[in-house]
Design a protein around this ligand. Structure first.
Ligand code: UD1
Length: 427
């Protein structure tokens, strides 16, 4: 397995391109199941998760072709087409590897009237149940059965009627599944307390481009009027706000000055607010986000929350930054119950962080020191990279599998702005 070696202490400067959003791509790809016409997605990030999802879609009779990009470019263009669904079962071997596979449930049910998807099981950052996905589909008229590790969903003869559902907890994935099922329902669906993340807006915009009728896009009360069929579309995946936020923390911790080209400032307000509170300068423009830091970092207190609040997917990276702030920061993780697995590793690098349940207290330290580290999830791995960029000496990050799931050519991008970083095959 490869590892990344970082020699810390280099100030990051220059321009770093931001890729298409992983989490948006993972909900735009299954929209190919909703129509027999071609769907072309531009600006897809080159990531292990996207390859995995493509492979999953191929199981259902989706043809996929990649065109129009050279290996040295970031991003890809993929055309997907499903003339006919040849299968409606998502098997355990594929779902186990990628939780987002559950996002085929809604569109398969919407188009074919049936779907069988392996239960995703636990994952490194908590239990992550799918009860809300199932309850929303049930409210729209689906019959749901759980047996032998699979969820089987079926629409009545003639298709899903549609219906009303109020989410008791905001769920990104459940909102996405409900939307993708509702667009082809016979009647109208109203979703209350729906997620409002920019990735949901991206999904709604694609569905509308395919002929769907959705009201109140970007709000928490969505109304979807089902249509008999959807058509093809060409669509550009939004910029990755979490990737951009991660590199903003990387720039700041090195006292650098980096232009995050292509980032969308309007979708990153909670992150830029937190960075400014921490003493980091952030300038917004049409080209992206300039992040620079020329003074000491300050401690901040914050809680993660659904959008427009501070994203749980940015918590680990901001924590790495706060390790070097003056004073004591308090972070509260409200979305996932077990999302502090980076803490022991950061402490091994000289950080001083204490956790108590969902609260983490970060006592700023003067310096971090390089170490051999590994993490058990994507954003936690990124927090170790960020810490390594500022640490004295050498940091070796193992288990790159996680980073490769979510950061397109991480070491190339960081090297572009002056980081001393290399990927090597381990012995
Ligand atoms: C998505 C993102 C993930 C991000 C998360 C929260 C993708 C592929 N993943 O994950 O990166 O961290 O949103 O912004 O887009 N819940 C239930 N029952 C359910 C579903 C969720 O109780 O049926 C709970 C979860 O345990 C969690 C909370 O709701 O506590 C939010 O989870 P959710 O928004 O669904 O996260 P994902 O869609 O899995």
């Amino acid at each position: 397995m490869d590892k990344i070696i970082i020699k810390g202490g280099k100030r990051l400067t220059g321009t770093l391109p931001i890729s298409g959003a992983k989490n948006a791509a993972l909900t735009l790809l299954p929209c190919a199941l909703l129509t027999e016409e071609p769907l072309t997605l531009r600006n897809l990030p080159r990531l292990a998760d996207i390859d995995g999802f493509q492979h999953l879609l191929n199981q259902f009779g989706v043809s996929t072709t990649i065109a129009g990009s050279r290996p040295q470019d970031f991003g890809r263009v993929m055309t997907l087409q499903t003339p006919r669904l040849t299968n409606t079962t998502a098997p355990y071997e594929l779902v186990r590897k990628m939780r987002a596979s559950i996002l085929v449930l809604g569109p398969l049910l919407g188009r074919a009237g049936e779907a069988k998807v392996s239960l995703p099981g636990g994952c490194a950052i908590g239990n992550r149940p799918i009860d809300l996905h199932l309850k929303a589909l049930e409210a729209m008229g689906a019959e749901i059965e759980l047996a032998a590790g699979y969820v089987r969903a079926a629409a009545p003869d003639g298709g899903l009627p549609g219906g009303d559902f109020a989410f008791p907890v905001v769920s990104v994935g459940a909102t996405e599944n409900a939307l993708m099922a509702a667009v082809l329902a016979n009647g109208t669906t109203r979703l209350d307390n729906a997620a409002r993340e920019p990735e949901i807006v991206d999904l709604c915009n694609l569905l509308v481009a395919m002929g769907a009728r959705i009201e109140n896009i970007g709000e928490s009360d969505l109304t979807i009027h089902g249509v008999p069929r959807l058509h093809g579309a060409t669509y550009r995946v939004m910029a990755d706000r979490i990737e951009a936020g991660s590199y903003a923390c990387a720039a700041a911790i090195t006292g650098g000055d980096v232009m995050l080209k292509g980032a969308n400032p309007a979708e990153m307000r909670a992150t830029t607010h937190a960075l400014r509170n921490a003493g980091v300068n952030v300038e917004e423009s049409d080209a992206g986000l300039r992040v620079y830091c020329d003074g000491p970092l300050r401690a901040v207190n914050l809680s993660t929350a659904p959008y427009p609040g501070f994203a749980t997917d940015m918590q680990a990276q901001l924590m790495a930054l706060l390790c070097q702030a003056d004073g004591t920061s308090v972070l509260n993780e409200t979305i996932f119950e077990n999302r502090y697995m980076h803490v022991p590793e950061l402490n091994r690098m000289g950080a001083h962080i204490e956790t108590n349940g969902r609260t983490a207290v970060v006592h700023g330290v003067d310096r971090l020191t390089g170490a051999e580290v590994m993490a058990t999830d994507l954003r936690a791995s990124m927090s170790l990279v960020i810490a390594g960029l500022a640490a004295e000496g050498e940091t070796v990050v193992h288990r790159l599998y996680h980073l490769d799931r979510g950061y397109e050519r991480l070491e190339e991008k960081l090297a572009l702005v002056g980081a001393d970083i290399e990927r090597v095959g381990s012995d």
